[in-house]
Design a protein around this ligand. Structure first.
Ligand code: ATP
Ligand code: F6P
Length: 477
């Protein structure tokens, strides 16, 4: 699909991003984050993890498999790399992929030259992203955090697994050549981007990918999201506007400091609001440093601003239907689409990636887009997610995904959720006008403190009882 990400020229460019680095340097994590970010921006991106190809033949190798003196190991590893590259090239060709990521160690000049040759032969650009890290403590933490639970070590004693993984790294170290080929396009991220070296960057998409990777960090932190308290317009079922909070909305604003404190503790957080009265009033009693962002203002409903859904259905029936047919892409006359909102939120997401603990008080459509980024929700689903009023959502990035908790204030509010192909009564009671086609909300309201973890694979959260985990696939290369 064509991208609106301010660079139409990406339609012509197909880039293979080649990860480089010793094991346990965060390559898979960086690769998955690039994919999530680009897909959120409608760039067709996919990661090809050589480890999962290798596992087809060798599910549980020991460290000596990775010794270059092991001829059979070398042959199987080479075959896995070939299979991944072949699949990636096919994906570029058949599915019009824009950014294919080859996630493997790619740690020798010979291997990089071979990948470059294969890609260039087909006319694809090649760019290398190397993660270098010599912080032994961090590497040991990485091993314990993600490697001992990798499919490579299923059923094994974590201590034995950690020791074996260290030996695996030693075998790679014997032949590892950091990237310094002068003709290659590359970014070298040293010790989690405390130093960054960039070489031979030639186009805008590459610049965006590099800028994104430079902003990634792994310092633990959380992000708190809340809609504004119930507004006078919400009570009337009207869209948009710049209304004040209703009395129940004001009660939420008053309850917010305690609700937030219970979850944030004594940490210093930064508070972001939109420039609209209802978010500023909601944040009024919170004493954290505040910043207003125009980019966080609600999706602009254009000629429909100030109308109820029922009024829109009567006045603009074709628009009403067209929006439900493709809510992500539908642009209100004189207003915005969800796609437009994502584009204006891109700098916000970049700041969130760079930043530490942040609370964002904003609006329904905006929160859907931000939530979709962190939880990897596809575009056809994100505009239909239920993000209830008077609820704080806490998102905590983890190694391969994002953990979610929801905290409800015990203050009633209307529901502003409208299901697909329905019109809504005032006060948010959905009236089904076409029961056959009506669809339920994507993410339902959850009980207080319920944890959901969504990893960076292509799936929306799946609930399994109170705690849900989507298995990370093919990540532990
Ligand atoms: P392998 O070669 O075994 O596949 P990998 O390099 O792909 O390893 P990951 O599986 O992505 O490594 O490791 C994830 C771990 O790396 C996480 O614990 C994460 O916090 C950490 N990490 C993320 N980014 C970096 C970085 N730039 N430098 C070092 N560690 C990082
Ligand atoms: O109803 C509250 C509101 O924030 C409106 O101002 C906005 O137009 C709407 O939600 C966005 O939700 P949807 O995209 O589902 O219409």
């Amino acid at each position: 699909m064509a991208s609106n990400f301010g660079f139409e020229q990406i339609e012509d460019s197909q880039i293979c991003v080649v990860m480089v680095g010793l094991p346990a340097r965060g390559k898979s994590l960086i690769a998955q984050k690039i994919v999530r970010y680009l897909k959120w921006l409608s760039v067709n991106a996919k990661s090809f993890n050589v480890g999962s190809y290798r596992r087809a033949d060798t599910p549980q190798p020991t460290a000596d498999f990775f010794d270059t003196g092991n001829a059979e190991g070398e042959r199987l590893r080479r075959a896995a790399a070939e299979a991944a590259v072949n699949d990636m090239l096919r994906w570029f060709e058949r599915e019009g992929g824009h950014v294919g990521i080859l996630d493997a160690t790619n740690s020798t000049r010979t291997r990089r030259a071979w990948i470059e040759e294969r890609c260039k032969a087909k006319g694809y650009d090649v760019m290398f992203v190397e993660s270098k890290c010599d912080d032994e403590e961090l590497i040991m933490n990485n091993i314990l955090e993600v490697k001992t639970t990798s499919p490579d070590y299923v059923g094994q004693d974590p201590e034995v697994a950690a020791r074996d993984f260290r030996n695996r790294i030693r075998n790679y170290e014997k032949v590892y050549e950091t990237i310094d080929e002068p003709h290659l396009t590359y970014v070298k991220l040293i010790n989690v981007s405390s130093q960054v070296i960039i070489n031979q960057v030639s186009n805008y998409l590459q610049t965006r990918i590099i800028y994104f990777t430079m902003n990634l960090h792994i310092t633990p932190r959380s992000i708190w999201l809340s809609r504004h308290g119930e507004s006078e317009f919400n009570v009337l079922g009207k869209l948009g506007g710049d209304a004040n909070l209703s009395p129940r909305g004001m009660a939420y604003a008053e309850a917010l400091p305690k609700l937030v404190k219970d979850s944030v503790g004594d940490k210093d957080i930064t508070l972001w609001t939109s420039t609209m009265k209802r978010t500023i009033q909601t944040a009024k009693h919170l004493t954290y440093p505040k910043k207003q962002w125009k980019a966080l203002d609600e999706l602009d409903a254009g000629v429909c601003d100030g109308l109820t859904y029922e009024e829109i259905e009567k006045k603009y029936p074709e628009d009403f239907r067209a929006r439900d047919d493709d809510k992500y892409n539908y642009r209100y006359q004189g207003g915005e689409s969800y796609r437009d909102v994502v584009i204006r939120l891109e700098p916000i997401i970049m700041e969130m990636e760079r930043g530490s603990d942040i609370m964002v008080v904003t609006h329904q459509a905006i929160l859907r887009c931000i939530y979709a980024y962190f939880m990897n929700v596809p575009q056809d689903q994100s505009p239909w997610m239920e993000i209830p009023l008077h609820t704080v959502i806490k998102l905590t990035p983890r190694a391969y995904g994002t953990q979610e908790e929801r905290f409800k204030a015990n203050i009633p509010a209307v529901s502003t959720f409208r299901a697909k192909y329905t019109s809504a009564n005032m006060g948010g009671e959905a009236a089904v006008v076409d029961a056959e086609r009506a669809q339920p909300p994507v993410a339902g309201a959850q009980a207080n403190g319920v944890i959901t973890i969504n990893d960076d694979v292509e799936a929306a959260p799946q609930k399994v009882g109170a705690v849900s985990v989507v298995e990370s696939l093919g990540l532990n290369g």
